[in-house]
Structures are given as C-alpha cells and as structure tokens.
Design a protein around this ligand. Structure first.
Ligand code: OOG
Ligand code: NI
Length: 483
C-alpha cells in the first residue's frame, strides 16, 4: 500500500484544475470568456507598470496567472455545509469570514473556503464562495415546508467521497496520491451540473415564485458550481470587450473604481446561460406521457476578478463611506434618468461617479501605508547588506529605513469577498425578483457556524498577522545581519 501522503495544496490544485476542465466543457461560453481574459492579460502585461510588476513576472514564469481564483456553490441544509467544510479542510481551505446576504434580499448566508497561509495562497489561491440557504427567511410557510422536505431527502455526496473524508481524518487530514485522486474524482460529482431535477415542474415553479434562489438550491440533485472566476489584469477592458465576443456582460462592474493603487476587489460577470432541465413527471405511468418534462433554468455564468491591496478596518470604513456616497449620487442620477424615460445607470456613469467619490481615498502606496489604511508586507531589501552601520547602530524608525531603501514594502493582496458586490453578482443572475419574500431578520453567524461545525476565521486578523510577522522577521534578520 502507498503510505506516502500528498499535500493538501496538491489536492486543491488538482481539484481546481478538474473543476476548470469540467466547467469549460459544460459551459462553453465560459471558455470564450477565459480566452478574452487571456488576450486582455497578454496586452496588459506588455505594458504593465505598478506594484504587480515583480509579482506578475513570477506568476507568469510559474504559469499561475491562468489558474482560476474562485468558484461558487449554494447548498440547502446544514449537514451539506458541514461535509463541505470537512472536504475542503483536506485541501487546506478554511472558512474565512461570514457574509450576511439577507440585507440584499437574498435568503442565504455564506463564507469562502480558502487557503490561509501565504505559501498556500502562492501555490494555488483557489477559493469557493459557499452559501447556505436560510429557509427561516422565507415568509411563505408552505414553500418552507416543501423545500425542507425535498432537501431532507437528498444526498449531494457520493458515499465514496464521505468514506475518503473519514479515512483522511483518521490519518490526520492526509491522503496518499491514489486516494487523493479518487477523492477529487468523486467530489466532482457533487459540483457538476445535473440536468435531471429533483422535483416536478409544478414544485419548481412554486419555489421559483417564492425566490429564484430557492428554486436553484432545492430543485436539483446537487449544488452545481455556478461560476468560476479567473483573474484579469484589466477588468475595464474585459467588460468593454465582452460584446465583441458575443458575451452578454453584467450591467456594471462591482466594487471600487479603477485606481493607480488597486484596493480590495473588482468583479464582473456574464449573464447566466439558459439550460434545459428535466423535471420528474408526476404521472409517469399514464400512457402518452414521457417520463421527463422539459424546462429551463438559468444558474451558471462566468465571472472575472481583479484584486488589490487588503484594507485595515480604517481603510474598510473609508471604503464603505465613499461607496455609500457614490450609491446615493447614483440613485439620484438614476431617478432623474428614469424619470426622463431613460435606462438605469450604465457602467460608464457608475465608474465616473465612483472615480469622483474615491478622490478622497489616498492613491499612493506611501500614503496608504502612512495613514494605516492598507496592509503591507515588510521585506528587507537586498541593499541592506551593504549598510553595516544600520546593524550595529541605534534603532531607527521604520519610515527612515524605508526612505533609505533598506526596507521594501509590498501590498498584501485582499483574498476575501465584498458582501455588497456578491449581492450584485447574485442579483444579476437571478432575474427580477418580483416578490419581497425574504424577511430582513439580520445575520445569524452562530447558526451558520453551528451548521459548519466550526467558527469562521476572521480575514482581517489574517492580514494583520501577515503584516506583523513580516515585520518581525525583517527586523530579526536586520538585527542578526542574516540576509
Ligand atoms: C455567489 C455570488 C458571490 C462573488 O464573487 O462575490 C460571488 C453566487 O452567485 O452563488 O461569487
Ligand atoms: Ni464569484
């Protein structure tokens, strides 16, 4: 028997690549988007400047730029979330942050399973944004009951997947290569599209009437992966060029505007494609009836993301303040335009308004650092070895060492999500929600963590620790003069 274990990072990379090939074959339009992203990225690299220069070169050399950054699924019951946590743990993916989407009229709460150490993120940053349905937020008691009964009956994991998870846990969370390969293969079954619905058309329609998200979660045998997201170096260019590739883009780009120093996360997507599904036939034995009833469902799309620096709580507060200001201005413009019979605010207007509001957000690395708005990694610069006076002299303020070029400062990339942007992505793919069937009862992090069987990790604490650790390591290396 093979007893040498593979690393959880290895399993994650394999899982990500299996999902990627599966999704490209299942949703060909996603392949077209990836091709467009590749073209735009190649152009951006040709004339790239800014902080990503070094990092990009490294990524290119290691061929990591083309690796997908995230995907998303939606599950229906606590036990499903619980098993996902155990499965993702084997890939070194931990649940980071709690996202309450009920504020945006969505009956779900979520987390993102992701690698949390810098090394793991470098090897493969793949994350899965994972939402859990909150049936308690659905106002219609009958819909709640119907949804509950169907969810109770379904099993989204193959028995082999569960057995391998049990086995790994008994081995300290590790598997040998043979088992790891099988785990990924069996797990794929949970994430793939299953066009045979779990319910009859009538039930689907009823669920959809309550909320299209409920239909998407409850009517199917598994939580099909609903998008994958590669990284683009120029999201504005991809958004602008989607029509040229016959890709119907989301109306606006989510998140902050274009800046010299990118912050947090910008995202856009294409509209979910319409796909055939086959409902259970309520009267299969009646002569003249097929055993399947054809219908259609929109769930799956492609998304792109562009990430910037992680912000401190002060930076996040400023971000929210400016976003709110921009949203107010956009609402005013939108009312004016609609009053005059025009369309909702387009992306160009949105970006212009955001740009104006965000002039109040410092846009140089030095100022972002000095005002403690963003997180940075402190690295001893190679020049430091040529300055012996530093090592045996008096302690000097860090700013002075930076000015002297002895310390290099690198932005720490934001690895998490933005609930308002996530809500925008959800909404653009759910169609018009005609009815207000979701109660606004606030977050339920405790309920979510009970389902998960663990606490979520605080993303901010991870960035803070990373900054502090880099500083400690750098000072230690200066002190001992070990380059
Ligand atoms: C998830 C949408 C959120 C993101 O990138 O913010 C998301 C979903 O539609 O299930 O993926
Ligand atoms: Ni996404």
């Amino acid at each position: 028997m093979n007893t040498s274990f593979v690393t959880p990072d290895w399993i994650r990379s394999r899982f990500c690549s299996a999902l990627s090939s599966m999704y490209r074959s299942e949703v060909p339009l996603y392949g077209d988007l990836v091709q467009l992203v590749d073209e735009v990225n190649a152009g951006a690299i040709a004339n790239h400047k800014g902080f990503e220069g070094e990092e990009l070169k490294r990524e290119m050399e290691e061929n990591r730029l083309k690796v997908e950054r995230h995907g998303a699924i939606r599950v229906g019951k606590p036990s499903e979330l619980h098993t996902l946590r155990r499965l993702f743990a084997l890939m070194a993916m931990s649940p980071v942050n709690y996202y309450d989407l009920s504020v945006a009229g969505l009956p779900v709460h979520a987390t993102a399973f992701r690698p949390i150490t810098p090394d793991s993120l470098t090897i493969n940053p793949f994350r899965v944004f994972t939402s859990l349905l909150r049936l308690d937020l659905i106002t219609d008691a009958r819909v709640r009951q119907v949804a509950y009964e169907h969810l109770e009956k379904r099993e989204i994991f193959r028995k082999e997947t569960i057995e391998l998870v049990d086995k790994a846990e008994a081995q300290g969370g590790l598997l040998n290569e043979e088992d790891a390969v099988m785990l990924v293969e069996h797990a794929m079954e949970t994430f793939r599209w299953q066009s045979d619905a779990l319910v009859e058309k009538e039930v689907y329609d009823e669920l959809k009437e309550a909320h299209s998200l409920v239909a998407d979660v409850v009517a199917f045998r598994g939580p099909h992966i609903n998008h994958l997201t590669p990284r683009t170096l120029d999201i504005d260019a991809v958004q602008a060029r989607m029509p040229e590739k016959k890709i119907e883009s989301k109306h606006v780009i989510e998140g902050p505007p274009h800046r010299f120093c990118p912050i947090l996360l910008r995202q856009t997507s294409f509209q979910a494609v319409q796909e055939p599904i086959y409902f259970l036939n309520p009267n299969p034995n009646k002569p003249g009836h097929d055993d399947k009833v054809l219908g259609f469902h929109r769930a799956r799309f492609g998304e792109i993301e562009q990430r910037g620096v992680a912000l401190t709580p002060e930076g996040v507060a400023l971000y929210h303040r400016l976003m709110e200001q921009a949203e107010q201005e956009l609402a005013r413009i939108s009312t004016d335009v609609q009053f005059a019979g025009g369309k909702p605010v387009d992306n160009a207007t949105r970006q212009r308004v955001l740009q104006e509001c965000f002039t109040a957000f410092p846009d140089s690395w030095e100022e972002l650092r000095a005002r403690r708005l963003a997180y940075f990694r402190y690295v001893r610069s190679s020049q430091a070895t040529r300055r012996p006076s530093l090592m045996n002299g008096n302690p000097q303020p860090i700013d002075m060492l930076i000015n002297q070029g002895l310390i290099r400062v690198e932005p720490i990339v934001y690895e998490d999500f933005l609930p308002a942007s996530a809500a925008g992505i959800f909404h653009s793919n759910l169609g018009d929600l005609k009815h207000l069937t979701v109660q606004k009862s606030g977050p339920d992090q405790e309920g979510f963590e009970n389902a998960l069987g663990a606490k979520v990790v605080d993303g901010d604490a991870l960035y803070q620790a990373q900054q502090l650790e880099s500083m400690t390591a750098m000072l230690e290396s200066m002190r001992t003069n070990v380059a």
